[in-house]
Design a protein around this ligand. Structure first.
Ligand code: GLA
Length: 458
């Protein structure tokens, strides 16, 4: 019997994914900019350099945005016919990718590129399936620091979404076909590691095969749904997901509130080094209101999604810059504990939508609290003190309450000195406009007395 057990254990072990992403990177969610949401295939080296220069001139680089990522469509029509190396489009990237990457590095930024674990990318350029090693080597020689790795045209090399990959189940051992997705992504993870260059690995398989249960072993981040659209709520027919369980295909225009709903169940799988990616930001692309963009940005930050800007940085409004420059919100996203906030409750509103309470632990015993109104009406909300107790707030301890969107000066601080058990609202008239989110940082007074350590220094 014992040999049989040992054999099974060995078999199980041989099926475990290696910790291919053990690269020490992305200990906090990556911050940067990507070309896709705003420019799609209409890109050139000027587009990318302009974004890089804007990150510097607007001060966004100084507050942490560091990756400049070219998405799909940088490619030539085909690979080098002799070496099979990937080549860039000679018309739009005439100086070559290495030169572009050098210029981005000389600005003190990092450089990212895109490929696909399939025959073609989603925009039908050549993919990396079967070319993982040569591509990883070429990217390393170009000075790539971040790879977004997509899932189109994967030749059916994916598993069955109804059975998740689980490292510990017999199902996995008996049904290797459920490992097909994992194997495709693992190949590139290993190829990247073999280059010896630190390259953040951003997996983009839209949540296929319950990837949140295993992607953290392979990748620094993992997309969990179809593509985001510049819309706040609703059910656009192009969004391929009807639920988290059925959210696996290529598709677009998923709304912010739907992605957030799915994320609520899976962000607990995030960890330093492996983050659920709710998709790139739409802030500044024009189709949402300021309150909606604030909700989008706040909640992506609270659940520790990578914050990858997706707007035209060279032409943005004051409001857009103000939202994406909110250092207190960025500090929540970059908090060293790396624990995603969780949704504590969600109460439906008669007119549609809901009110949601999200809470997450931060370092030094602080807590972040968000109250979200996804409904079409204004709402008055009072949050019982007991709802936010599970985290570090202890009995009878004074707590500073800081509103992260009303941060003009310290007069905005409130001090709560009440005892526990009573009903507490941050303000007796806490009113939320339709689609507004309020975010608070609660800091036990003792921590506060030690200094403003929870506030990001400029
Ligand atoms: C997929 C990805 C997007 C983008 C496009 C490019 O849809 O999910 O984020 O990279 O491909 O074609």
């Amino acid at each position: 019997m014992l040999p049989l057990i040992l054999l099974s254990l060995q078999l199980a072990n041989s099926l475990l994914p290696v910790s291919a992403v053990d690269n020490g990177l992305a200990r906090t969610p990556p911050l940067g900019w990507n070309s896709w949401n705003r420019f799609q295939c209409d890109i050139s080296e000027e587009t990318i350099l302009s974004a890089a220069n804007s990150l510097v001139s607007t001060g966004l680089k100084d507050i942490g945005y560091e990756y400049v990522i070219i998405d799909d469509c940088w490619h030539a029509d085909s690979r080098d016919p002799e070496t099979n190396e990937p080549l860039p489009n000679p018309d739009t990237f005439p100086s070559g990718i290495k030169s572009l990457s050098d210029q981005i590095h000389s600005l003190g930024l990092k450089f990212g590129i895109y490929s696909d674990a399939g025959l073609y990318t989603c925009a039908r350029r050549f993919g990396s399936l079967g070319y993982e090693e040569i591509d990883a080597k070429t990217y390393a020689s170009w000075g790539v620091d971040y790879l977004k790795y997509d899932n189109c045209f994967n030749e059916g090399l994916s598993g069955n979404t109804s059975i998740s990959y689980s490292r510990y189940t017999v199902v996995t051992m008996l049904a290797p076909k459920y490992r097909l997705t994992l194997e495709r992504y693992e190949k590139m993870a290993k190829a990247l590691n073999a280059t010896g260059r630190p390259i953040v690995y951003a997996m983009c398989n839209w949540g296929e095969d319950h990837s949140w249960t295993w992607a953290g072993e392979l990748a620094n981040s993992w997309r969990m749904s179809g593509d985001i659209g510049d819309l706040f709520t609703g059910y656009h027919p192009w969004c391929p997901c009807t639920s988290l369980e059925n959210c696996t295909n290529f598709g677009a225009r998923c709304s912010v509130t739907r992605i957030l709903d799915w994320a609520a169940d899976i962000v607990p799988y995030s960890d330093p080094g492996g983050w659920a990616d709710l998709d790139m930001l739409e802030v500044g692309n024009g189709n949402m209101t300021k309150d909606e963009y604030i909700t989008h940005f706040s909640m992506w930050a609270l659940v520790k999604s990578p914050l990858i800007l997706g707007n035209d940085l060279a032409n943005m409004s004051k409001d857009t810059l103000e939202i994406i420059s909110n250092k207190e919100i960025l500090a929540v996203n970059q908090d060293p504990l790396g624990i995603a906030a969780s949704r504590v409750w969600q109460v439906s509103v008669e007119e549609g939508g809901d009110i949601q309470l999200w809470i997450g632990p931060l370092e030094h015993g602080a807590t972040v609290v968000a109250v979200v109104n996804t409904s079409p009406t204004n709402a008055t909300v009072s949050v019982p003190w007991t709802d936010i107790l599970p985290y570090e707030l202890t009995s009878e301890q004074p707590v500073h309450v800081f509103d992260l969107w009303q941060r003009a000066d310290d007069a905005q601080w409130g001090l709560y000195l009440g005892s526990l058990g009573s009903s507490f609202s941050f303000s007796s008239t806490m009113k939320l406009r339709s689609h507004e989110t309020k975010v608070y940082r609660l800091v036990p007074q003792a921590s506060h007395a030690e200094g403003d350590q929870f506030r990001v220094q400029a």
